[in-house]
Design a protein around this ligand. Structure first.
Ligand code: PEP
Length: 251
């Protein structure tokens, strides 16, 4: 049985005061929920000041990105050891905004995933097709390519979550239908089975991401291969975020 995992990717939003209020409400109003993992990935500057707020809560602390080198002359970057030192438990790698705006590609992301796992961070690895690729019937091929070029042999798959995030659904208000999402998740699970074996396929979590909100979370979470959500915009609003965590409670 896979435990659903709901993560708020706050992107470049919120100040410290608003972030503290949000996690306090999230903690308070989901405190009795034991069968859904949840976490937040704040902007890097908020990680350290939020850490005490999250102590003694069930909310995991993560980062939105990291660099693969542990230290050195890489102006503006943050390394895995720094994230661990700051209290992070997981890191998001390969978000489509990193691919699109910052030119992150397969070879770089492969290094990042490996470096994160090596230093002890769990990884949420994001994949997804553009609208043009979907319309061109390339969805499955793109997903397989993004999996294949980054998830190499020998990785500790138990510490990797896949986030299927169709690029056309991110921040657009247009989510994949539950059937479109399920079909992609099923395809990803098949690839995981071929790569890492049946245990990995049945145990690895695959989140859906792309305009998840309170009003559509339940129908998506009800699908057999969807194990939670990576949530952008709606995770900035306490009522929405809390409702999405509730919607992920297994039946
Ligand atoms: C995301 O940033 O990962 C995301 C899915 O954003 P949104 O929920 O706003 O579409």
């Amino acid at each position: 049985m896979r435990r659903p995992f709901v993560v708020g990717n706050w992107k470049m939003n919120l100040n410290l005061a608003d972030a503290k209020n949000l996690v306090r409400r999230l903690d308070h109003e989901t405190v009795g929920i034991h069968n859904v993992d949840r976490g937040v990935a704040p902007p890097a500057l908020l990680i350290i000041p939020l850490r005490p707020e999250l102590q003694d809560t069930r909310i995991l602390l993560g980062a939105q990105n990291m660099y693969h080198e542990p230290k050195g002359a890489f102006t503006g970057e943050i390394s895995g050891p720094m994230l661990v030192d700051a209290g992070c438990q997981f890191v998001i790698i390969g978000h489509s905004e990193r691919r699109q705006h910052f030119g992150e590609d397969g070879p770089l992301l492969q290094k990042k995933v490996k470096a994160a796992l090596d230093i002890g961070l769990d990884v949420i690895y994001c994949i997804g097709e553009t609208l043009q690729q979907r319309d061109g019937g390339e969805t499955n091929g793109i997903l397989v390519r993004q999996l294949h070029e980054v998830l190499i042999d020998g990785l500790d798959w138990k510490r990797i979550t896949i986030a299927y995030e169709p690029v056309w659904a991110i921040g657009t208000g247009r989510n994949a239908t539950q059937d479109q999402a399920q079909e992609a998740h099923q395809h990803i699970r098949l690839w995981l089975k071929n790569k890492y074996g049946p245990d990995a396929a049945s145990q690895m979590r695959i989140q859906y991401g792309g305009s998840v909100k309170a009003s559509n979370a339940k129908e998506l979470m009800n699908m057999p291969d969807i194990d939670g959500a990576l949530v952008g915009g709606a995770s900035l609003v306490a009522d929405e975020f809390i409702a999405i965590v509730r919607a992920a409670i297994p039946k």
